[in-house]
Design a protein around this ligand. Sequence first.
Ligand code: PRP
Ligand code: ORO
Length: 232
Amino acid sequence: MFSNAFTDKALMAELVAKMLWEIKAVHFRADEPYRLASGMASPVYIDCRKLISYPRIRSAVMDFAAATILREAGFEQFDVVAGGETAGIPFAAMLAERLGLPMIYVRKAPKGHGRNAQIEGHMPEGARVLVIEDLTTAGGSMFKFIDAIRAAGGVVEHGIALFYYDIFPEARGNMKSKGVDLHYIATWRNVLAVARELALFDEKTLNEVEAFLNAPLDWSGRNGGVSALAVQ
Ligand SMILES: O=P(O)(O)OC[C@H]1O[C@H](OP(=O)(O)OP(=O)(O)O)[C@H](O)[C@@H]1O
Ligand SMILES: O=C(O)c1cc(=O)[nH]c(=O)[nH]1
């Protein structure tokens, strides 16, 4: 079960940002941009998948996720925890364990053979489902998982991303308009604050990262990625 110590929100954000740096999950590559799930080109990439390989870190992060959800959504609001393929799946397993709830996972698309299922595991009709992702950038992936759960009869009013880019002002609004509250532990603001405090990026790199985060679609368009997000 979860820890009953409810760590302060700002401290959880700072600690997760420090963990991401400690395990070298924060990447910068402006000359050969990363391609993101949304089709954007980006000079930065955060690999939250690495969290699962560090037992002390993953345990603390899952305590933080449980505390965030219990504090912001409530203690008795969910029947099932759902992980999004692939990176959300291990975190869903750990969070479901923490909260004493059943777990399911959602494929990006129906499997294509066998039962052709998109949702794996048992989801009772009308179940209140908490969706968890390792990371949310523009929100398209979270939306796809939520749409699939709703189409299969589940009720989704909350999603949690361990890390949220928080660079598209409209992303949280989009979620809200679809009836979903997006919860998260840390954002780029926290990661950059740690970088500054511990001098982990030189000044030039910091400026470039900030230029991207302040105008991501312009940066993307100039570097071979999409310059507008698909309508969600
Ligand atoms: O908010 P978005 O703009 O949709 O981007 C975030 C998505 O990108 C990553 O998944 P990815 O598609 O790389 O697949 P994976 O989980 O299988 O690694 C991440 O796990 C989110 O699902
Ligand atoms: O938007 C994405 O696809 C994305 C960004 C990022 O920093 N890390 C990741 O795993 N995916």
